[in-house]
Unconditional design. Sequence first.
Length: 134
Amino acid sequence: LEARPDPEDGRLEELVALLTETLANPGRASAWCGRTIEAFPASDVPRRLLADLWARHPELGDVSEVLRTWAESRGGSAKAEVLFDLALRQQASGNSALALATLAEAAEADDPARLASRQLRQPPPLPGSARAHS
């Protein structure tokens, strides 16, 4: 990876899995993602890996920070997609007001009709609903 870096070729995913699962070193995996984000700011792969890693290992930090930074580095529908993911996580954690504010921000970044369509396909579970507990 150091000789021929390419975040899109699958080797970063393999390295993150090896460091996290086999070697039980999520901190080192997080550092690799961070370096790759710095080297390839246009790639979403290391950002997604970092978000997933922090979601699974909250001791690394708040995944909301990763998603917020990622969203701020994007525009249009790419930004809206990341903000939508953030809103789903906010809703799942019980922060409905913040989730609604984040959805409004996503709507400003992209076509609101496209965002509404995505939300209808994947609505966040309502607190107390059967889906929220499954």
